[in-house]
Every structure is written in structure tokens, then in C-alpha cells.
Design a protein around this ligand. Structure first.
Ligand code: ADP
Length: 604
């Protein structure tokens, strides 16, 4: 009976004596190794083991004699036709009735190519960082690694033999079987569900986002699929945060890869350009640019990637975007590099500036209209005052005539009336002259180098008598030479200094200082006095034609001086303003831009 068992066993069985000689082999063994039974008996056991084998007879004998429990050893055996046969060898002691070890038996079981692959795969699988699941063509799980157990919460035993769908949330089941069959039809290494959000299902039913890559495993037993599954919960969270940020940006944001393809856009892009997200993702970013700029954009794009840094795009250029409906619109774009795992991307923040451009244009038109109107008004004032002079002169000369020739006929009231008429016409003539002067400012202007120090000296000489009368003191810094209109500059300084003397505090001698400093491409001048000062609420009004804060009895004047000053400062592209403390004094400041700036701002 014993013999029947060994003779009919499917496994190959070899008996070896303690000298390492083969004493027995069963028919399965002859079949496995390709030797006749007779050829094998008497051979040394070691001759069956290939050179470089993981073990030899002596080692096995030692273990058996020491009574060690030997585990099955995967190994190879030489067969008769010089090929190698992969087997698992299980060694056991052979004892006689008294229990002495008289030899050993070897049971050899062939390892199928799949088992071979599987055992190799298993050890490989365990080294993989991802959860690895190997599935047969029927969709059954045949191998998993420890990562799979950790990730999905099942034990290996619970998974082996199960349909792989056990790891997939219900809502994806319907399509999964179809996809699986398709994959086995055309198996190649690729990531699963490109562009789709994939989820895994844990034993406790909870869902989590995953990334899966598939690769076929070809064996003699057919094709298996190995799936590497990565839990991307944290990445998804970060991604969602990033997407949230992207959506909260006020601008349209387009994220582009080095290949120029759009990877991500926010809803603003959809609103502005009229494409939906699917129409943009994966397309070249040039889809958003008018055809005629596309070629040059390629080059710009490449150069950005060679030294990516944050900057506005096309500085100084008018940039245009292209909507889905073919409409072009002005945009402002700023670019910034975005370091990611997949390399550097560029994030472009795009702002539709149609409204702003329109507003700018409207403003420009309005400005021009205003300038024209202003010119017309000045012209009108000039012409009117010019024409008014004529009848005024007539009134004046006839009044003089009356006063000279007929004064003996007048009574007291008559004399008074003539005096009033003379005073009023005199005053009217002053007002008209002021207006005419105002109109003339800048008419024959010629830009010259003006030495302000000399200018101030001359003004001081011209005003010598009033300075002496009022005991005024005028001091100044070293004033600069500037490019300016000389006559007008003289008028500007003179008006300010005259006012500083005129509006002195009763009983206090005027102290005036003129200073200058260079500020932002311009010269800033200050004329400071210790006079009566100007209340805060009149600081703007005093620059308007004919506006005065006092009556003629208090202070002489017609209210044209500061209007002249303002016109002159503006003629140079500058501004004028006053800082003052009533009772303490005033500081009039004005700027004269450096000539280059000044001229360009003129032309603008
Ligand atoms: P005018 O000197 O003929 O009155 P301006 O246009 O030069 O006309 O000045 C307008 C008003 O501004 C003056 O009437 C005066 O009230 C006020 N003002 C001008 N300069 C000074 C100053 N340095 N100190 C105080 N008030 C001044």
C-alpha cells in the first residue's frame, strides 16, 4: 500500500541515503526530471542541483540530523535535457523502526510560471509604496500587499479570491466591469480614468480619493493586471484649497504648463472668455489670443519658462484677449511661476479692462472738450476785455473833458459824481487790464534757462521802494537754474512776493524766505511769509480770477495775482497751493517739472 501511495503521487518523491546517493524515485520524479528510474538510483543527489544552487545535500543532511524543521525551499533542478525545472523542495527525515535517521526524502512540486511570478511579485509588491492589487482576467483578486490591507482595512485573506469591485464604491461599479474587460482586450501600462476623479472604498464603506495606475502582467497562465493604488486624500485637500483660492481671485486665472497647454482655469475665465472649462483644459493657451499674435506668443512663452519670475505681461503693450464669439477685448495680464510636482507652471491673472479703457477714452475726450472750451473762454475773455477797453476809453476821455471844461458849472454833487465816475472807470480799466494780462500769459512763451537767483535779485530791485517802506526782509537759498518761460516766471515770483509784503500783519515787518528743493523730476519752490495768513476754507478760492478776501479799503488789488500764478505754474506742467495758519503766515508752494517731463506733459 505504501508503495502505491508514493508511486501514484503527483509530486515527485526522491529517497536519498545519508551518503547523498539516490536510493529511490517515484514515476512522477522520472517524469519531472526526464530520467528513467534506473538512471536516477545510485546518482548523487547533488548532481541534480544546478551549480550555484541555494542549498546542497550536506546542508540538508545537517539540518535533518539536528532535527530542524525545514520549510519548503523554492529551487531549481537539473533535468535530463540540460534544462532547469523550477520546484519547491520539501525535505523530511526517513527513520527506521528504532527512530534512527537512515536517510531523507525530498518531495518536489513544480512551480507554475504564475506561482513563480506570484512569489516574485509578492516580494516585489511588499516593497512598493502603493497599495498593489493583482487581478486575474475574471476580475478576481489574486495578490495584494500589506499596503492594500492598511489602506482598505481588509486582511489579505478577506481579499484573495474576491472580485476587485469589493474595493470600488457602488456608483462606479456599473462602468467598472466594462472598463475592466476593455483593458484586458488592450492591456498596456497607463493611469486609470484619466481626467476622472477616482475613489476607493474601505471595508467600513467609507470613500476616499485615489490615483491608480494599471499594468499588465503576462504569464503562461494568461494576463493579470496589477493596479497600483495611491491614497490622494491629502493631495486632494491641498488641491481643493488651491482651487478655492483660485476661484476667490477677482481676476481670471489660467494655469499653463511648459507645453503651453491649459491645465486649470477658474470660473472668471469662463465668464470673461465665454468658453466652458472643458473646452479649455488641455488646449494651447493661444486659443485665448487673437490669431495674429499667436506665433509671437509661442516665443514669449518659451522665454518666460527659461527664467520664470513674477511680472506683468507685455509691459507697455496693449494686450488683447479673444472671446469664444471672436470678439477681441483689452486685457491686463500678470504672470507668475508656480512650482509644482510636475515642474514649473505659469499662472496668468487676466483682467478684462474694457470698462477701464472705455472710461479712459471717455475721460480723454472729456478732457479735450474741456480744454477746447477753456481755450474758447479765455479767447472770449480776451476779446471781450479788449473790446470793452474801447468804450471805456471813450467814457474816460469824456469824463476828463467834462471835468476839465465844465467843472465850473458843477455843484457839489456834480463834482462828487465826476470823482466817482473817474474812480470807477479807473478801476474798470484795471480789471480789464488784469484780464487781458491773464489772456496773454504764455502767448509768446519760449523755454529758456532761467537763473532763479538772478530773477529774484531783479525783482528785489524793482520792489526796492516798497521793501524799504515796509522794512521787509527777503532771504533765499541758492536758487537753481531751470528751464522755464522767463517773463512768466518773473510774474509768478513777483506776485507772490508782492502779496507777502501786501498782506503783512499791521505793526510787523514782513519776513519773506524763498527756498527750493528738487522733488520727483521737478523743482519745488516755497515763498513763505509772516503775514496775516489765510483761513483754511479759502485756500482754493484765492486762486480764482477776481477772488479776494478783503475790501479795497483794507488791501489794494483786483484779485488777479494768484490766478496768474496758477496759470503760470500749470503752463509749465506744475501746480501751486498754499499752506497757512491765520495770524502766523502763509507758505505758497509751486512746482516746475524738469523740462523733459514738462514738455512731454504739455504735449499730452
Ligand atoms: P490781490 O492780491 O489782488 O487781492 P491775489 O489773487 O493776489 O489778489 O490774492 C487773492 C487773495 O488771496 C488776496 O486778496 C488775499 O486775501 C489772499 N492772499 C494772497 N496772498 C496772501 C498772503 N501772502 N497772505 C495772506 N493772504 C494772501
Amino acid at each position: 500500500m505504501k508503495h502505491f501511495i508514493t508511486d501514484n503521487a503527483k509530486d515527485a518523491i526522491i529517497g536519498v541515503d545519508l551518503n547523498g546517493k539516490i536510493s529511490y524515485c517515484n514515476p512522477s520524479c522520472s517524469k519531472l526530471l526526464g530520467y528513467a528510474e534506473k538512471q536516477l538510483t545510485g546518482k548523487t543527489y547533488n548532481s541534480l542541483l544546478p551549480r550555484g544552487s541555494t542549498h546542497n545535500f550536506d546542508q540538508v543532511r545537517e539540518s535533518i540530523l539536528f532535527n530542524e524543521d525545514l520549510q519548503p525551499i523554492p529551487t531549481e533542478f537539473n533535468s535530463s535535457n540540460n534544462t532547469k525545472v523550477s520546484v519547491v523542495a520539501q525535505y523530511s527525515p526517513v527513520r527506521d523502526e528504532s527512530g534512527r535517521v537512515i536517510g531523507l526524502s525530498v518531495m518536489l512540486r513544480r512551480i507554475s510560471t504564475f506561482e513563480k511570478a506570484a512569489s516574485k511579485a509578492q516580494s516585489l509588491l511588499e516593497t512598493a509604496p502603493d497599495a498593489m492589487v493583482i487581478v486575474n482576467q475574471g476580475g478576481q483578486i489574486v495578490l495584494v500587499n500589506a499596503q492594500t490591507e492598511n489602506l482598505f482595512g481588509y486582511s489579505k485573506q478577506e481579499l484573495l479570491g474576491q472580485d476587485v469591485e469589493i474595493l470600488i464604491p457602488d456608483e462606479f461599479l456599473k462602468h467598472h466591469k466594462k472598463h475592466r474587460d476593455k483593458y484586458f482586450g488592450q492591456p498596456k501600462t497607463r493611469s486609470m480614468g484619466q481626467g476622472m476623479e477616482l475613489y476607493g472604498k474601505k471595508k467600513n464603506g467609507s470613500k476616499f480619493p485615489v490615483e491608480i495606475s494599471l499594468s499588465p502582467l503576462k504569464t503562461e497562465e494568461g494576463i493579470f493586471v496589477s493596479a497600483a493604488i495611491r491614497d490622494i486624500t491629502f493631495r486632494k485637500k491641498a488641491e481643493n484649497k488651491f482651487k478655492g483660492l483660485l476661484e476667490s481671485a477677482p481676476d481670471a486665472v489660467v494655469i499653463v504648463g511648459e507645453d503651453g497647454k491649459i491645465q486649470l482655469v477658474n470660473t472668471q475665465v469662463v465668464n470673461i472668455f465665454g468658453f466652458n472649462k472643458e473646452e479649455l483644459i488641455g488646449k494651447k493657451v493661444e486659443i485665448l489670443i487673437p490669431e495674429r499674435y499667436r506665433k509671437s506668443h509661442h516665443g514669449h512663452r518659451h522665454s518666460f519658462f527659461t527664467s520664470p519670475k513674477m511680472r506683468p505681461m507685455g509691459a507697455g503693450l496693449e494686450l488683447l484677449g479673444l472671446r469664444k464669439n471672436g470678439e477681441e477685448f483689452p486685457v491686463e495680464i500678470s504672470l507668475s511661476p508656480l512650482e509644482t510636482e510636475e515642474g514649473v507652471l505659469v499662472s496668468a491673472a487676466i483682467r478684462d479692462i474694457t470698462d477701464r479703457k472705455q472710461a479712459e477714452m471717455d475721460l480723454e475726450i472729456f478732457n479735450q472738450q474741456l480744454q477746447t472750451k477753456n481755450k474758447e473762454l479765455e479767447q472770449f475773455a480776451y476779446v471781450a476785455s479788449h473790446d470793452l477797453q474801447e468804450p471805456l476809453r471813450t467814457v474816460t476821455s469824456f469824463t476828463e473833458l467834462l471835468a476839465e471844461e465844465y467843472s465850473h458849472l458843477f455843484d457839489e454833487t456834480g463834482h462828487k459824481s465826476i470823482r466817482f465816475i473817474t474812480e470807477a472807470t479807473g478801476r474798470m480799466s484795471e480789471l480789464i487790464k488784469g484780464l487781458l494780462d491773464y489772456g496773454r500769459i504764455g502767448l509768446n512763451r519760449e523755454l529758456k534757462t532761467v537763473d532763479c537767483a538772478i530773477l529774484l535779485n531783479e525783482i528785489q530791485n524793482d520792489l526796492a521802494s516798497v521793501i524799504a517802506e515796509t522794512d521787509a526782509k527777503l532771504e533765499s537759498d541758492a536758487l537753481p537754474k531751470i528751464q522755464a518761460y522767463e517773463t512768466e516766471m518773473r510774474m509768478l515770483f513777483q506776485n507772490l512776493i508782492t502779496n507777502a509784503i501786501k498782506f503783512r500783519k499791521p505793526g510787523t515787518a514782513p519776513r519773506i524766505s524763498v527756498t527750493s528743493e528738487s522733488v520727483n523730476e521737478a523743482w519745488k519752490f516755497e515763498v513763505k511769509d509772516n503775514g496775516i495768513g489765510i483761513p483754511e476754507e479759502y485756500k482754493e478760492r484765492i486762486f480764482v480770477i477776481y477772488q479776494r478776501l478783503h475790501t479795497r479799503d483794507q488791501y489794494e488789488g483786483i484779485g488777479m495775482g494768484l490766478a496768474h500764478c496758477q496759470k503760470i505754474a500749470e503752463l509749465h506742467g506744475g501746480t501751486i497751493w498754499v499752506d497757512s495758519q491765520p495770524g502766523k503766515g502763509s507758505t505758497f508752494s509751486f512746482t516746475i517739472p524738469n523740462s523733459q517731463h514738462q514738455i512731454s506733459s504739455h504735449e499730452a
